[in-house]
Design a protein around this ligand. Structure first.
Ligand code: 3PG
Length: 212
């Protein structure tokens, strides 16, 4: 299951990172990005009652090719809450060994944030499935190329500062997926969910071009 869900994230290509002020807002943003063709949703634990948001999104938008996970999971209590709510992957800005063990126990892909090869090595030792290069924009695509030379087996997913303009550079450097939050969902702040859908469509059409 861990491998299968990791492959689903790679197939989705872009993980929509959803931060919102309420469960209902998180559901609306999820709806908008799914309508735009996105297939991987990360609901962050900065959303109040994030586990509830995971449950609702999973129930409302159940589709076989959709994968719903939890983000900003710093410690095992939130990880377990997320997994019990149905999260299919766990993302964090940093690495936590207790979260890694829990994800291994439940066979859930773990995607910890790492910024150095040392951190990546540790995360891989604990069975991390994908490494979130975070904050992506601080390191840039050149970091991906450098890391993949000695560690060609690493699945890298940069997040933080990823947008439509730099997406191609990340994939050219060899990442398996990217995470995008603010650039994708910003119009939701003014209630313009149609624009969020349009943004999602633009990401997906760019991805399709890159994968041709
Ligand atoms: C986040 O922390 O919200 C994610 O890393 C997304 O970053 P972004 O908003 O720069 O895409």
């Amino acid at each position: 299951q861990k491998v299968q869900w990791t492959q689903k994230i790679a197939a989705a290509g872009v993980v929509a990172v959803i931060r919102a002020n309420s469960v209902s807002e998180a559901v609306k943003i999820s709806d908008a990005v799914i309508a735009g063709g996105m297939r991987a949703i990360e609901l962050t634990f900065t959303v109040p009652q994030a586990d509830q948001a995971i449950k609702e999104v999973k129930t409302k938008f159940a589709q076989p090719d959709l994968i719903i996970g939890a983000g900003t999971v710093f410690e095992p209590t939130s990880a377990r809450l997320a997994i019990m709510a149905g999260a299919q992957f766990i993302v964090s800005p940093s690495f936590n060994s207790a979260v890694a063990k829990l994800c291994n126990f439940y066979q859930i892909p773990y995607i910890p944030g790492c910024g150095t090869v040392n951190e990546m090595q540790k995360a891989l030792t604990y069975g991390a499935d994908i490494i979130k290069l975070f904050p992506g924009s601080v390191y840039g695509p050149a970091m991906v190329k450098s890391v993949l030379a000695p560690l060609p087996q690493v699945n890298l997913m940069p997040t933080g500062g990823v947008n439509l303009d730099n997406m191609a550079d990340w994939f050219a450097a060899g990442v398996i997926a990217v995470g995008s939050g603010s650039q994708l969902t910003r119009p939701a702040a003014t209630g313009d969910y149609q624009q969020v859908t349009a943004n999602a469509q633009a990401y997906m059409s760019k991805l399709a071009d890159l994968r041709q």
